[in-house]
Structures are given as C-alpha cells and as structure tokens.
Design a protein around this ligand. Structure first.
Ligand code: PEP
Length: 257
C-alpha cells in the first residue's frame, strides 16, 4: 500500500482581507516552522483577493504552506466578466483549486457537468483539483448517501485521464456537517471515503486509487481530527470554520501529537 501524505487544507471561505491573510499565514508559518514538521502537508484555500499576499509570503520565506483558490473558471480566458482563469491562478503559483464545494453547488447552481469542466481546466493549467462531493441531509436520511456521492465523483472525473486523475484530491463533505458543528462519526466518514476509493479503483485501477488522497470535511475540530485520521481511507481534512483560528488549525494539523 502507498503511504499517502496527509493533507490538512484550510478553506477560509469568504473571510480575511488581504492584510488579515498575511497576519494569519504568518501565524501558521511560525507555529509550523520546526524543521522536522513535514509529517503533514498544510494548505490554505483563500479568497482570490488574498492569493497575491499569501504567494508573496510563501515565496519569500520558503514557507512549507501550500495555497490555492476556492474556485476556477472552466474557461482559460475571454469575455467572462467576474471569472478567474486557470492561467491567472497558475501564474500566482496556486497548487490547488477547490472545485464543486457544496456552497457553490447550492448557491451558484454548479452542476456535475460544470464541476467536470472546472476539473479539466485545473489540470490544463497544472493545478491540482480538490474535488468536493457529499450528500445533503435528506439523502443521508434516505440511506442513499453512498450512491449520491459516487455519482458526483463519476460526474466530476468524467473523461479525466488516469495520468491526471492520479493526483486528484477528493474531499468527502456531507452537506449536513458543513458549518453546522455536527461532525460525521469516523465510521460514517470512513464508509463513504472507502467507497470513493473503491470507485476510483473501478474507474481507473487499484494502484491509482491507492495513491489518491481522500479528505473528510465537515465541522472538523482539533477534538475530532485524530479520530477521523485513524481511519484507513481518510487522508486528511478540508477544514472551514476552524481554519480561521490559527491556534485551532495548528492543533488540527498536529493531530498526531
Ligand atoms: C468547508 O468549508 O469545506 C467546511 C468543511 O466547513 P466547516 O469545517 O466549517 O464545516
């Protein structure tokens, strides 16, 4: 089995202006600066207006923190007012782009087709997609959460070739757990994360699925991180609210200690 490097990614959502972003990133960098700390990859997923500030810090100080955007246009350029393109994001050295977050699916009507086009746009531009999938409460209550989530996975990865898909990061985020304080149990999260890996094995190969990092997201806190991370198919966390508190996020990153 491949050793997958755990990834803890902070999704700032629409919080922190470009000055606050500098302060926050510096705090994280300071707290994670010890030389030996490379047991976990740390990323911040920031508003577009913060990208340049974070990039300058990370570049200049050779910080270990990676960064990315919370969305990407399906187009590489042109008359698409308000959109931000893959070439713009790769010029800013984004490692990641969050794609298909449930808040974008819900408030911006993003479909699996659009999510798939954005995944392809990310790969075209050398950016690793963090593909978000997960079921709303009514689907969980109906017991069809695995099928629902796997259909979103199929949609997001449609026609994505294996040499690209092997680097995808999949974030399982049950909608009922996002921003609600109601974290999934490690067993519930593991059930779906294992199903995601099994489907990737069906779509590509077991070898490829073994390399892919599957994150859990939904009200992760320092008190729940270690329990979730103990599960074999959970390779990290997509952390929203708790990533805005630098001390708390660092505790989540250091879940092993
Ligand atoms: C998220 O924004 O992806 C998320 C999981 O948020 P929270 O941790 O606040 O539930």
């Amino acid at each position: 089995m491949t050793e997958r490097l755990p990834l803890m990614a902070g999704n700032w959502k629409m919080n922190l202006n470009h000055l606050e972003a500098i302060q926050h990133t510096q705090k994280l960098a300071f707290a994670l600066a010890d030389k030996d700390f490379d047991a976990v990859e740390v990323a911040v997923l920031v508003p577009f207006t913060d990208l340049r500030s974070v990039q300058t810090l990370v570049d200049g100080d050779k910080l270990k923190i990676k960064f990315g955007s919370q969305d990407i246009s399906q187009y590489d350029g042109g008359a698409y007012t308000g959109e931000i393109s893959g070439p713009m994001l790769s010029k800013l050295k984004c490692t990641y782009a969050v794609i298909g977050h449930s808040e974008r699916r819900e408030y911006h009507n993003e479909t699996d087709e659009l999510v798939n086009a954005k995944v392809k746009a990310a790969y075209r531009n050398g950016i690793t997609p963090i593909l978000c999938i997960g079921e709303p409460l009514e689907i969980r209550k109906a017991g069809t959460h695995v099928a629902h989530t796997l259909a979103q996975l199929d949609g997001g990865l449609k026609d994505v070739p294996a040499d690209q898909a092997e680097s995808v990061v999949v974030a399982y985020e049950p909608v009922w757990a996002i921003g609600t304080g109601e974290v999934a149990t490690p067993e519930d999260a593991q059930e779906v994360c294992a199903a995601i890996r099994a489907r990737i094995a069906e779509l590509y190969s077991a070898e490829l699925a073994d390399k892919v990092r599957v994150l859990y997201g939904g009200s992760v806190k320092s008190s729940s991180a270690a329990g979730l991370m103990a599960k074999p198919d959970i390779d990290g966390g997509l952390v929203g609210g708790a990533s805005l508190d630098a001390e708390e996020f660092v505790k989540i990153v250091r879940y092993r200690e």
